[in-house]
Design a protein around this ligand. Structure first.
Ligand SMILES: Cc1ncc(COP(=O)(O)O)c(C=O)c1O
Length: 387
């Protein structure tokens, strides 16, 4: 069957991007939905300041976490912000056996005037539910998702760092906690949000990364869970990631499982290719890749800047050939954690090519982070004030 012709940026009009642009009630209206049970043992000002001095990713957590519990019959209940701490789980909890779990990743940014904002929270709220549906988990009302971020960030606002490129990384997640070993959709489910102050991904400019394209493993298959943000996708990426590291590469890139020739995405980032004529191409949403919030925002920014943006089937062979011939000038990865990362080297079983360009990558990085940190105007209404 011939490939369908490349389509121009339909990602501007996916159910997710449409949902993300619906209005969200102000944080003042949403706050208080999660009742506060204050941590009697919050970190001291000195300990917190110390923790915020040397930030990495995902290693330090704030004083509180948000929680709600779903049970079949009752629905969602017990919404609260509670002390951060270990969970007590039955060893028979379904998630530990069958991996019925979904999660999200979104950041809170401190602006120059001290206010705290997040980026397109309705996008992540909707995507959590897209993932939840696929994993037979209950959907969480989108306003409750956003309220959980509001209440947690307002409670732990002092943990939002203010250094350049720093943020408070928010990790909402939902899992099957019913204690039952039968393989069925759990009737008891817990939702939590934890928060982790995070350092700048890059401290000295955008450093190019090297990529190992695995031709032995796939992250996802047709009809599977690739489009959902669920732990199993990441579990299956760990061995190929180890393979990439053994080859001396920073990250692994996956190909589609049907033809085994077309580019999909990295373990935790989408991928974009810049052609010499200025066109930007990105793999189409086939159901096996995650529809990134960053990907969607970049498509919008580049399109509105007058660039041709195309969702396409990008074969590995054509990419390697394009890099060799100079018809491909840049390749970059994008996602919430790192924003955008230039790819400097692409390696696989029988190729090893270098990519030197990063002009568009820098341009889009500066524009997007400028909006996120309040340094540039936000004409799209993407930013949402949390505190
Ligand atoms: C597999 C995968 N692809 C892409 C992305 C980028 O998505 P986003 O831009 O929403 O962070 C992520 C990160 O969440 C991811 O885990």
């Amino acid at each position: 069957m011939p490939e369908p012709a490349a389509t121009v940026h339909p990602s501007l009009e996916t159910p997710l991007s449409r949902a993300a642009s619906l209005p969200v009630p102000a944080a003042t209206e949403l706050s208080g939905r999660f009742r506060l049970q204050r941590n009697p043992r919050c970190a001291s000002d000195a300990d917190r300041a110390q923790a915020l001095r040397d930030l990495h990713f995902g290693a330090v957590f704030t004083d509180h976490m948000a929680h709600a519990r779903f049970s079949r019959g009752e629905g969602w209940a017990d919404h609260e912000v509670m002390p951060y701490g270990d969970l007590a789980l039955s060893p028979a909890s379904a998630v530990l056996h069958y991996g019925q779990e979904v999660f999200e990743g979104i950041k809170a940014y401190r602006h120059e005037d001290g206010s705290v904002w997040t980026f397109r929270p309705r996008y992540n709220a909707t995507r959590l539910n897209v993932s939840a549906r696929r994993l037979a988990l209950p959907e969480l009302p989108e306003e409750d998702f956003i309220a959980s971020l509001v209440d947690l960030v307002r409670t732990d606002e002092a943990w939002v760092p203010s250094g350049r490129g720093e943020s408070l990384y928010l990790r909402p997640f939902m899992f099957a906690s019913e204690a039952f070993l039968g393989v069925h959709a759990a009737g008891v489910v817990d939702y939590y949000v934890i928060a982790s102050p995070s350092g700048a991904y890059f401290t000295h400019g955008l450093t190019p990364i090297s990529i190992w394209v695995t031709q032995d493993y796939h992250r996802a298959g047709r009809g599977g869970t690739g489009f959902a943000k669920t732990g199993g996708n990441y579990a299956s990426s760990l061995l190929p990631q180890q393979e990439a590291a053994a080859k001396g590469c920073d990250q692994v890139c996956f190909l589609d499982d049907v033809t085994q020739t077309n580019l999909e995405e990295l373990g935790g980032m989408n991928i974009m290719v810049v052609d010499a004529d200025g066109t930007v191409r990105t793999p189409r949403l086939t159901g096996t890749i995650l529809e990134g919030s960053t990907r969607s925002a970049i498509i919008r920014l580049l399109t509105d800047a007058g660039r041709r943006v195309v969702e396409d089937t990008i074969s590995l062979d054509s990419l390697v050939e394009g890099i060799r011939r100079g018809t491909v000038t840049e390749v970059f990865a994008c996602g919430t954690a790192a924003v955008v990362v230039p790819l400097g080297r692409l390696m696989g079983r029988d190729f090893d090519v270098e990519i030197t360009g990063s002009e568009v990558t820098h341009e889009i990085h500066d524009r997007l982070t400028g909006i996120q940190y309040g340094r540039l105007e936000d004409p799209y209404g993407w930013m949402y004030r949390l505190a």
